[in-house]
Every structure is written in C-alpha cells, then in structure tokens.
Design a protein around this ligand. Structure first.
Ligand SMILES: NC(=O)c1ccc[n+]([C@@H]2O[C@H](COP(=O)([O-])OP(=O)(O)OC[C@H]3O[C@@H](n4cnc5c(N)ncnc54)[C@H](OP(=O)(O)O)[C@@H]3O)[C@@H](O)[C@H]2O)c1
Length: 278
C-alpha cells in the first residue's frame, strides 16, 4: 500500500488531531507525535483504542533528527510525513519549530522513502507562507523559509518517486490563535511601539489580541474539512500542483498577492530587462 504509514507531528490538537483521526478512520497506520503524551491522550482519549500510536517527540528539539530517524527505522519507513507542528509568532524560537523542525523530520524520513522509491511529504504551511502581513514578519519568515525548502525539495525528490504537498490554510477554527505567544517585554505596550498605534501594525496586533478570546465568527475554516481535503490530495495524487491553499480567505489573499507581483513586474519590466552588459 503506497500510503500505509502516516506520521503526523503536533497531533494533540487542531489540524494534526483531525488529520491523525481521519487517516486512522481511512484505514492507515498513524503515528502521532506530541510533546506531551499524557496531555494528548486526554485530548484524544480513543486514539490508541482506534489503533493510533502516540510518540512523545518534539520536532523543535535539537535531537529531533536522531529521534525521528529511529522512528522511521522502527516502522520500516514512513510513507506519508505530515509536518504540522507549529505556532506563532513574535518569538525567535518559532524558527526552530516552524523551520528547523520540519527540516529535521524530512531528513529523518527521506532515506527510507528513497529506498522504497515512494513517499509523500506534506507541509502545513499557511497563507502567511506566501504573504507577509504587517505585524507578522517573523511568523511569515518562518513559513516562507520552510516553503522555500519544500519547493526546492519537490524538484529534488520527484525523480525518486517522492511527492511534496504544501498546504496553505487561511484562518481555521483550531486553538492556534489562542496560543499565540508574544515577547513578554512588549506586553506592557500592547506588543508594539507607540509610533505604530494608528498604522497597520497596531491594527494587526489588535486583531491578534482579540483572537486570544473566543474565536471571532470571521474565522470560518473547519479543520475537519481541511483534513479531508489533505488526505484526498495525498491519496488521489496531485501531479499538477504543489500548493493547496485552503479556505476562501486564503485563495483571495493569494490572488491579491499574485496580482501585486504581476503589477510590480509590469511597472518595472523595462528597467529590469535592460541589465545585460552592452
Ligand atoms: N489555525 C489556523 O488558522 C492556521 C492557519 C494557517 C496555518 N496554520 C498552521 O497549522 C499548523 C497546525 O496548527 P493548528 O491550527 O492545528 O494549531 P494548534 O491546535 O495549536 O496545533 C499546533 C500543534 O503544533 C504543536 N506545537 C505548538 N507549539 C509548539 C512548539 N513550541 N514546539 C513544538 N510543537 C509545537 C502542538 O503539538 P503538541 O502540543 O501535540 O506537541 C500543537 O498540537 C501550524 O503549523 C500552523 O502554523 C494554522
């Protein structure tokens, strides 16, 4: 079976939890990683009873490559790796989790995929992996960076029978936004210097602060539907696309960004194409 063993990181909640449960229900073997197995068991009490396996692993830890390599060997190779664990946003450590974390797990799972001549690597990125909104620079930097690595990877491993899928969700109803961490030294000022108060930075920080309470109705994405779409893309194949934006908000934002890129090119084409030596 080409997609038989799935490994999902950060699976105790949100997209990871939905994906792990749906992959299990679809008949696949599912290894779910979490930083805290006891908490994960409490969050998803029937996961083990349904045949799932919890492993206490953190892709953000320095020895994650060694730990995930052992897992890949123990289970005879991972067929579908889902790099899901991640958080936001104004903290240096998120680069370690959102960027280096997936690099470690990919490096650990690739050797077995190469030997089998098959495999699937799924990155749960974000619309923020293509668009950098004001006030979200470091989160976007982590997602842009890991998207670049996966885009490059997709060309490298395609001839070896391994596929890569980059998922770019918009706003979905998971605990993600309630877990946003900001540097403690900025809390007293609301997270930004006074000069930004009436600028897009101030507006964005206010939106983010509001997200820590009950989810606003503007956040419409259903993580169960996202999990179904991701599993379908893996199982049915996606030979003609690399990115899967999920949610109307993500699609519209991507279209807007593509329009901006096109407009920049049109405005600068004459200068940009006049650079060859005379
Ligand atoms: N929800 C959205 O609107 C949205 C939109 C775009 C992209 N995303 C992306 O979707 C992915 C999953 O997020 P989610 O929405 O499902 O949120 P979530 O419910 O908070 O799940 C995130 C998972 O990542 C793991 N994680 C969180 N902080 C971590 C840290 N510091 N170190 C290591 N692992 C950590 C946690 O796993 P354990 O506690 O089990 O270890 C957690 O289950 C993330 O990569 C996020 O960037 C979410």
């Amino acid at each position: 079976m080409p997609h038989s063993t799935w490994l999902v990181t950060g699976a105790s909640s949100g997209f990871g939890k939905s994906l792990a449960l749906q992959a299990l229900a679809a008949g696949f073997k599912v290894i779910a990683t979490t930083r805290d197995v006891a908490k994960a068991q409490a969050e998803v009490p029937d996961f083990a009873a349904r045949g799932g396996t919890w492993l206490g692993l953190d892709p953000g830890s320095e020895d994650a490559f060694e730990q995930f390599s052992k897992v890949s060997q123990e289970y005879g190779g991972i067929d579908v790796l889902v790099n899901n664990a991640g958080y936001a946003f104004i903290v240096r450590d998120q680069m370690n989790v959102n960027f280096y974390g997936p690099l470690r797990t990919v490096k650990a799972c690739l050797p077995a995929m190469r030997s089998k001549g098959s495999g699937h690597i799924v990155l749960i990125s974000s619309g923020a992996g293509f668009i950098a909104r004001p006030g979200r620079s470091t989160y976007s930097a982590s997602k842009f960076a890991i998207e670049a690595a996966h885009e490059s990877l997709s060309y490298e491993v395609r001839p070896l029978g391994i596929k890569v899928l980059i998922v770019e969700p918009g706003a979905f109803r998971t605990p993600f936004s309630s877990r946003i961490r900001t540097p403690a030294q900025h809390e007293a000022t609301g997270g930004y210097s006074k000069a930004y108060k009436d600028t897009p930075v101030g507006a964005m920080i206010q939106v983010m602060a509001a997200m820590r309470g009950p989810l606003p109705s503007a956040v419409k994405g259903d993580p169960e539907k996202a999990a179904t779409a991701i599993i379908r893309a893996v199982v049915d194949g996606h030979d003609d696309y690399l990115r899967l934006p999920l949610g109307t908000d993500s699609v519209l934002a991507l279209e807007d960004k593509i329009g901006q890129l096109q407009s920049d090119l049109e405005k600068t084409r004459a200068v940009c194409t006049a650079m060859d030596v005379d």
